[in-house]
Design a protein around this ligand. Structure first.
Ligand SMILES: Cc1cc2nc3c(=O)[nH]c(=O)nc-3n(C[C@H](O)[C@H](O)[C@H](O)COP(=O)(O)OP(=O)(O)OC[C@H]3O[C@@H](n4cnc5c(N)ncnc54)[C@H](O)[C@@H]3O)c2cc1C
Length: 354
């Protein structure tokens, strides 16, 4: 690759200069691509045996991006033949694999290698990392720069609920999902209504005997056009055959979110006149409340629990994957009282089945 314009071509690095990147997810791969481009030696340490970060870790039912595929790609690797408007996990994982191989990052990754400590030597101006590779004793590695690309969501949080350790049913965090998990005909509890819990429910509810959904804080959960839809062959053809059509498509994909900031700017006059935030935000709130109402068939008991008491867009918006509609199923119950402890009582299950 050519160096970007304006980059000083003189190599002023000290001898043996190297960069250690921790993690081979979206961030670590992007860093690797840029270092490869600049000719700077680097090694990526990844504790898993594959690349992809959250896109290799999460394989729970219906996992996919909730931002358009066309906008969830690197600026240096666009025009990827996504098959769905909102790509599934396996497709994002394949995209990352493609990028890592194409841009010469793959061969710099050490898999099954966990970085357990990083210490900076102020005299030598170097980092010493402790790296534990699978079934081997820890080794130390020296690097001039460490890039922490270890992600926010790659390590599951243990369920902080009393009784979890003694619970005789199966507890699974969504990051630990695997094919052996069989929920068909079972009584399932889903704790959480963030992006993951909301993606998961409809699939699980369609096969489980019962699902109890535990919600601590209501979310603004909204529909997305073309969510779950395949990109048609005609459109795929246009991307490949019509010059720059894909670029236009990408621009449009990002355009909608460009002016979302406006939704968050308080309009003092509007508030003084009895509004909540500003005209657009309040209109969005009304639209979303109407959406909830329609999805739950006007059930007041649910509406009361589901409508947040804070304005839309003040938290990351969650995309609806038939979550509201699933709450109206006979085998689904929404619980909003806090979880006190976890126990497994057969009598409870019998009562529910009756
Ligand atoms: C289910 C899900 C859906 C998402 N959907 C979207 C979306 O639609 N749009 C969006 O913008 N964002 C989305 N996100 C946010 C997502 O986290 C980021 O977009 C991005 O993929 C994060 O990449 P990352 O490389 O920073 O971290 P990660 O993907 O978490 O990668 C970190 C890597 O570091 C490794 N690692 C961690 N610690 C160590 C260590 N000590 N030693 C060695 N290796 C280590 C991990 O094994 C992992 O492979 C989603 C997240 C999840 C979980």
């Amino acid at each position: 690759m050519d160096l970007p314009a304006g980059v000083d071509r003189r190599d002023t690095r000290p001898g043996g200069y190297s960069v250690a990147i921790v993690g081979a997810g979206f961030s670590g791969i992007a860093m690797g691509v840029q270092l490869a481009r600049l000719g700077i030696p680097f090694t990526v340490y990844e504790r898993r045996s594959e690349i992809g970060g959250v896109w290799s870790i999460n394989t729970y039912p219906d996992v996919r991006v909730d931002t358009l595929s066309a906008s969830y790609e690197y600026s240096f690797e666009k025009k990827y033949p996504w098959t769905e408007y909102f790509a599934r996990q396996s497709e994002v994982r394949a995209y990352l694999d493609h990028v890592a191989r194409k841009h010469g990052v793959y061969e710099h990754i050490v898999f099954d290698a966990e970085v357990t400590s990083a210490r900076f030597d102020d005299v030598e101006k170097t980092w010493t990392l402790t790296v534990t590779e699978a079934k081997q004793s820890p080794t130390t590695v020296v690097a001039n720069v460490v890039v922490a690309a270890s992600g926010l969501f790659a390590t599951p949080r243990e369920l902080p609920v009393e009784g979890a350790a003694e619970f005789s049913g199966q507890i699974v965090h969504t990051t630990e999902w695997n094919d052996s998990i069989d929920y068909a005909g079972k009584n399932v509890a889903i704790i959480g209504n963030g992006s993951t819990g909301v993606q998961l429910l409809s699939k699980v509810a369609s096969e489980a005997a019962s699902v109890t959904v535990y919600q601590r804080t209501p979310q603004w959960i909204s529909p997305r056009a073309r969510y779950g839809e395949a990109i048609s062959e005609e459109l795929q053809w246009l991307f490949q055959a019509m010059p720059f059509y894909w670029n236009w498509n990408k621009y449009i994909a990002g355009f909608a979110s460009n002016d979302l900031r406006e939704l968050l700017i308080a309009d003092e006059q509007w508030i003084a006149d009895g509004g909540d935030v500003n005209k657009r935000n309040d209109a969005m709130r009304e639209m979303l409340v109407e959406y909830i109402r329609n999805q739950v068939n006007d059930r007041e008991d649910l509406i009361e629990k589901l409508v947040p008491d804070y304005p839309p867009m003040t938290r990351r918006p969650v995309v609806d994957n038939q979550w509201y509609a699933s709450l109206t199923r006979d085998n689904v119950e929404l619980v909003t009282t806090p979880i006190e402890r976890l126990s497994f009582r057969r009598a409870d299950l019998r009562r529910r089945r009756a």
